[in-house]
Design a protein around this ligand. Structure first.
Ligand SMILES: [Fe+2]
Length: 314
């Protein structure tokens, strides 16, 4: 670790510009940010972080022969990048690789950054979307002309461009042409994305962001997305989190996936709010009872509202 890295670098309280009055947590929207010059997001600092995270197995990488239609889950094994994290990050121009530094908040230096930025986000969005938890950061360092395959994630996501150019395709979380309701039910229940299937014509119905440094986008939970890097290397950071609403929706989707196994096709989450409310109340009560039973039995209970994902003691 260099002397600079031993400092505690703080991000501006409002590093992500968000209009508090108009923010809608379920609408894809452009944002701007002020993290381009942040010391922890510069190439040398990222090489050092990559070395630390590789020891913990917190690196995901694949080669630049992966395409939009490559299975997101299988990309690392189907298109392996055989270089180490330090080799890849230190020579990203020629590495022909896509590399993600996962859950950077597990690293104390970067936890401060994730906490600072998301404290600022929470101050702007909390009135519309309370209960921010499981905060996390993900840094993507990519060679020219690499692709992040088509996929979706469970968290709300502010994706911010730090250097280089990226084109991001994002589809509404309600777009059932691109991702069916059953695909979302299955994903929440098993974390499997096998019901997602890429088609080139999806590009025509996407929100498209051509991001330069200082620009970014907000995408709600389970908004499908696909990313293409331009003709130069790229550094991008995502800040993600769950809220009361994403956790509620996740529980409903999980329940619907189980219901489907009995041959019943439940109405999409959100179509019948009264039914959703009754279902959620019932299932949440059952989950609570199960948690109490596990505690009584001396078995570990999965905490529901950690401040940082993967960091139990904060
Ligand atoms: Fe993603």
């Amino acid at each position: 670790m260099t002397p600079d890295e031993k400092k505690t670098w703080r991000a501006p309280m409002m590093a992500v510009e968000i209009d508090k009055a108009s923010f809608d947590p379920w609408r894809i929207q452009p944002v701007r940010h002020s993290l381009v010059g942040h010391p922890l997001l510069q190439p040398a600092a990222l090489v050092a972080l990559g070395e630390r995270l590789e020891v913990r197995g917190s690196i995901r990488t694949h080669g630049n022969d992966a395409t939009a239609g490559t299975s997101f889950g299988d990309a690392p094994s189907a298109h392996p990048n055989r270089l180490s994290a330090a080799q890849t990050l230190g020579a990203i121009q020629d590495a022909k690789a896509w590399m993600s530094l996962l859950n950077v908040q597990v690293d104390p230096l970067y936890r401060v950054l994730v906490g600072d930025v998301l404290d600022g986000v929470q101050a702007r969005v909390g009135h519309r979307d309370p209960g921010m938890c499981y905060r996390a950061g993900w840094i993507f360092v990519t060679s020219p002309r690499t692709v992040t395959p088509f996929h979706f994630d469970k968290e709300h996501n502010f994706i911010l461009q730090v250097s280089g150019k990226k084109r991001i395709y994002v589809w509404d979380h309600t777009d059932t042409v691109v991702a069916s309701e059953q695909a979302r039910d299955r994903f929440h229940h098993t974390h499997g994305r096998e019901l997602l299937a890429w088609r080139e014509e999806f590009r025509e119905r996407a929100h498209v962001f051509d991001l330069l440094p200082g620009e970014g986008a907000y995408m709600p939970s389970t908004s499908p997305h696909m990313v293409e890097t331009g003709d130069e290397p790229s550094i991008t950071i995502s800040f993600t989190y769950y809220t009361d609403a994403t956790r509620r929706d996740a529980l409903l989707h999980k329940t619907h996936e189980l219901v489907r196994r009995f041959g019943i096709a439940p109405p999409p989450v959100g179509r019948l709010p009264a039914l959703d409310a009754v279902t959620h109340a019932g299932i949440a009560a059952l989950v609570g009872i199960r948690g109490v039973a596990r505690q009584v039995a001396g078995r570990p209970v999965h905490p529901g509202n950690l401040r940082f994902a993967g960091v139990p003691l904060t």
